[in-house]
Design a protein around this ligand. Structure first.
Ligand code: ATP
Ligand code: MG
Length: 525
């Protein structure tokens, strides 16, 4: 029989699928990257096959619920046939071709997962964005990317219409909604009519797959382009050592669909290991719904930004019984040690922090089998060689503060972003000597644990001392009246002041925008 989703290779050699062990070896850089790779054909089809033969536990590929009691469960086989239909919607009525760019601005609806896979099947480059984007943000993204199509939901459709005329390259607007709308193709209607027959494009491993916009914490978001292999095979070791996933797990990764953490935690790592991706489409983050979800569903694995844990530990967590939860993760921002200690004391569970970037994925993490040092981001993730360097690109010894950097060796590790699209200056600015610089400052201790100090731009200099905002923030939130804190420099050199505010300015991914506070302090607007 023909292997799943793939045809026999040229020269009539029988195609043998790559296994998880192969992906791990490739990710460790012990085995070379195959010339071609496609996540749908090379990973998802294998799980469909294993489902047929009973070689995997009965565990859905996707399990989706919302606030209204709706539920969707797809097996890998269903995911396969439905994503083929979605692929035909993109190539036929939407007229898109391999290499075209599509903005994908959807809430956490099952269609987001279908369209991710559909784009991979067709070689269309997807660019996820959160529905919290404003008309101005969407205009910026569509223009800089020259997107041919936007896929959007009711929440953002009016904003898209208000700027669509200013985007000359935008040919198609595809609406994911139960309603129809003038000027938009209806995904639901076209999907009903679409055929299930689709042959997956044989994409090159280094061919573009997706463009992720960075969070824009320090300025305009940058377009980090990822290849067919960088985010996918590049999420293997993260799935194994940080998330500790198996095909019987059910992972709830809370992150918004517009953020790269959704790709890593809710698509690639999870499905590489055949785990079930659990999604709760909460309209708004709500601690009660959150805790109910953890008690109702057999979720084994939780990943959520620190801000969610900061809110959760203010509840009496001892009252809740989390059925199956065994592993909890956080990342995206520093986790205050106080929150980790409270989570541990109240739930009896550890909280494993990871540190990463849109550009390179997960860089450091508290990994399986490693002791946690509260306040630290854990040790380097393979295959990265993470070092602390000075301004000249020299490696600093343990205990010395400097910039967190990744060694580029003779070539860039394949799991790196390819570039900031159309921005060779910014791409080049990330390289210093033999290193890629993250723009973050930190310290490595003698056991190889990394400690976050702050973004290079956020470090406060006072009387010649360098003060990391995170250390001060962590001390402040130990006070019972303080829920969150952000520390920035102030032009007053003599008096130190702490200001109490009702709310901190944040990016759409929930990160504190310290530069906004700093600008207020310095009277710059
Ligand atoms: P921009 O690059 O547009 O200013 P951004 O850097 O916030 O935005 P992301 O790629 O989403 O965009 O975030 C990566 C950054 O988030 C890291 O460089 C780091 O500053 C911060 N970060 C991520 N995880 C952690 C963590 N565990 N501890 C501290 N900081 C973290
Ligand atoms: Mg950044």
């Amino acid at each position: 029989t023909k292997p799943p989703g793939r045809h026999l290779h040229k020269h009539h050699q029988l195609w043998t699928p790559l296994t998880l062990t192969d992906f791990e070896a490739i990710h460790r850089c012990e085995r070379s990257l195959p010339k071609n790779f496609n996540f749908a054909a090379d990973v998802l089809e294998q799980w469909s096959q294993k489902e047929k033969t009973g070689e995997r536990p009965v565990n859905p590929a996707l399990w989706w619920v919302n606030d209204k009691g709706d539920e969707v469960k797809w097996s890998f086989r269903e995911l396969s046939s439905l994503s083929r239909k979605a692929a035909n919607v993109l190539t036929k009525p939407c007229g898109l071709q391999r290499g075209d760019r599509v903005a994908l601005i959807l809430p956490r609806v099952p269609e987001w997962w279908l369209l991710n896979v559909a784009c991979i099947r067709t070689g269309i480059v997807f660019m996820p964005g959160t529905i919290q984007l404003t008309a101005k943000d969407i205009l910026y993204r569509l223009r800089v990317s020259r997107a041919k199509c936007i896929v959007a939901s009711d929440e953002v459709a009016p904003a898209v219409e208000s700027i669509a005329l200013e985007c000359p390259d935008l040919k198609t607007k595809l609406l994911v909604s139960s309603q129809t709308r003038n000027g938009w193709l209806s995904f639901q209607e076209l999907f009903q009519l679409a055929s299930e027959e689709h042959s997956c494009v044989e994409t090159g491993s280094e061919e573009p797959m997706a463009i992720y916009f960075t969070s824009g914490t320090t300025g305009s978001p940058k377009m980090a382009q990822h290849s067919q292999s960088s985010l996918s095979i590049g999420s293997t070791l993260c799935g194994r050592y940080w998330l500790d996933l198996k095909s019987s797990d059910i992972i709830w990764n809370v992150s918004d669909t517009g953020w790269i953490k959704a790709a890593i935690g809710s698509v690639f790592s999870s499905w590489l290991y055949g785990a079930c991706v659990f999604v709760h489409q909460m309209v708004q983050f709500d601690t009660d719904t959150f805790l109910d979800t953890l008690t109702t569903y057999p979720i084994t694995t939780l990943c959520s930004p620190p801000t969610a844990y900061r809110m959760l530990v203010q509840k009496d967590l001892k009252r809740y019984k989390f059925k199956s939860l065994r592993r909890c993760m956080t990342g995206g921002e520093p986790l205050n040690p106080e929150v980790l200690e409270q989570w541990r004391a109240q739930t009896g569970l550890e909280l494993y922090e990871g540190y990463g970037q849109t550009e390179v994925g997960v860089i450091c993490a508290n990994q399986k089998g490693q002791e946690i040092k509260p306040g630290s981001m854990g040790k380097r993730m393979l295959p990265y060689d993470v070092q602390i360097i000075d301004e000249n690109g020299n490696v600093l010894p343990p205990g010395k503060e400097g910039e967190i950097a990744l060694r580029l060796k003779s070539t860039r590790p394949f799991c790196f972003f390819s570039e900031y699209v159309d921005n060779p200056e910014k791409t080049a600015a990330t390289v210093r000597g033999e290193f890629y610089v993250t723009g973050d400052r930190g310290v490595m201790d003698s056991d190889g644990y990394f400690w976050f100090v702050g973004r290079a731009d956020d470090v406060i200099i006072s009387s010649g001392y360098r003060i990391g905002p995170f250390e001060v923030e962590s001390a402040l939130i130990e006070h019972p009246a303080v829920a969150e804190s952000a520390v920035v420099s102030s032009p007053d050199r003599i008096r130190g002041e702490v200001e109490f505010v009702q709310e901190l300015p944040k990016t759409v991914t929930g990160k504190i925008k310290r530069h906004v506070l700093r600008d207020q302090e310095w009277g710059r607007t």
